[in-house]
Design a protein around this ligand. Structure first.
Ligand SMILES: Cc1ncc(COP(=O)(O)O)c(C=O)c1O
Length: 397
């Protein structure tokens, strides 16, 4: 690239690379690898909601919806949030429908961040939060989560380290529960500890709850908005992608106080105007599916998790059992690989299975992540068995 061209580009965009996860998907396609990298299901979405989308297009719901979201979907979100979390929000003043939870997160950050503001982020973290911070102008303060020491413990953080990450410049903490990539589900006690810090430093909690229904072993999803004192200062980010297996639809939302929503709606309007109108109409149908749909979804993923844990253990990976979401973080130290990126490239090219290098979830690529790899198991059993067959060729040291 010439000097002139470089000077003409955004310094912000220069600070991050393209998504490693989505790059792995492209590499997987190139090498015809079984793709366990990006978190999208390879099975069909529920018939009722596909029919609802077709019907919406036939009914000519084909023009812009109201910028902050079609009323039927906002009403359905209100009903579902009350049913699942016991909180009633105002569809007129507290919900913004966006193009996926990705846009909801970006709009929320841009709506609250000012120059000099800091955000607290648990590490490892879903990789989007890094660029989200850069683009919105926030300085991230990372707090390490430590992998469990034995089968009975879980990913944890040091309360003192978390407390030390907050300060007068903290604008928000980004929470993701159930968590990608660790599978951690934050407990009420942990949420209350975070609540105390948010209150002390007058900070928001932006909580990404996109895996709320993918829970195992009796884990309960508690929204931060439900914790005493947090209703006003919580921005809930959620979407249809994972719960209804429609990652390509790009429908998500932010639930926030009227003041924050007012700001989020303005950012959202000028970023994207609105999410696809017919798919919002289908979303209103999806969010009213009976409770049995969510129970079956969790049970389906529980069986896949157990299958995948066995497959990876047989292939020589040390696995950390997730309590939520649909990923397994593994420790690859038994393979004697140079680092996670080299390991994954060889895994794709030589073995034919794609995964995500652990370092893409960490700020410092040379740290813990360099010996970790994440596998997604949101795939039909046939795909998982095909991966098993290929992984059996791997040779741990
Ligand atoms: C934690 C988390 N948040 C958000 C997203 C993206 O969600 P959406 O498809 O609604 O933009 C993902 C996708 O993998 C994710 O893992």
């Amino acid at each position: 690239m010439t000097q002139i061209a470089r000077r003409m580009l955004s310094a912000k965009a220069e600070q991050f690379t393209e998504s490693v996860i989505r790059e792995m998907t492209r590499l997987a396609l190139k090498h015809n690898a079984v793709n366990l990298s990006q978190g999208f299901p390879d099975f069909a979405a529920p018939e009722e909601i596909k029919e609802a989308a077709r019907q919406a297009i036939s009914d000519d719901i084909n023009q812009y919806a109201i910028t902050w979201g079609a009323k039927p979907l906002r009403d359905a979100i209100v009903e579902k949030f009350e049913r699942t979390q016991g909180i009633r929000v105002d569809p007129e003043r507290e919900i913004t429908i966006c193009c996926g939870s990705t846009e909801a997160m970006m709009s929320a950050m841009m709506a609250i961040i000012n120059p000099g503001d800091e955000i607290v982020v648990f590490e490892p973290f879903y990789e989007n939060y890094g660029p989200d911070a850069i683009l919105s102008g926030a300085t991230p303060r990372f707090v390490k989560m430590r992998p469990p020491e034995n089968e009975n413990s879980f990913w944890s953080y040091d309360e003192k380290e978390l407390a030390a990450a907050f300060g007068p410049h903290t604008k928000a903490i980004i929470l993701n529960t159930p968590n990608n990539p660790t599978g951690k589900v934050f407990t009420r006690a942990e949420l209350e500890f975070i609540r105390d810090l948010c209150m002390r430093w007058n900070a928001f909690c932006i909580t990404d709850e996109i895996y709320e229904h993918i829970l195992y072993d009796g884990a309960e999803h508690i929204s931060m908005a439900r914790i005493d004192g947090m209703r006003e200062r919580t921005i809930v980010i959620n979407g249809m992608s994972k719960t209804y297996s429609v990652t390509g639809w790009r429908v998500g939302w932010a639930i926030a106080s009227p003041e924050a929503t007012n700001s989020i709606r303005k950012v959202h309007d000028f970023l994207t105007v609105g999410a696809a109108a017919p798919l919002q109409a289908a979303g209103a149908v999806a969010l009213r599916l009976p409770d049995s749909y969510y129970t079956q979804l969790a049970e389906k993923y529980r069986a896949k998790r157990d299958l995948m844990m066995g497959i990876l253990a047989n292939a020589g990976f040390k696995c950390i059992k997730p309590r939520g979401a649909y990923y397994i973080m593994t420790d690859i130290s038994g393979f004697g690989a140079k680092d996670d990126v080299t390991f994954v490239r060889e895994l794709i090219e030589d073995i034919g299975v794609a995964a995500v290098p652990g370092s893409s979830f960490y700020n410092d690529p040379a740290g813990l992540g360099s010996q970790q790899v994440r596998f997604a198991f949101c795939k039909v059993d046939q795909t998982l068995h095909a991966a098993a067959e290929r992984l059996s060729r791997l040779k741990p040291r």
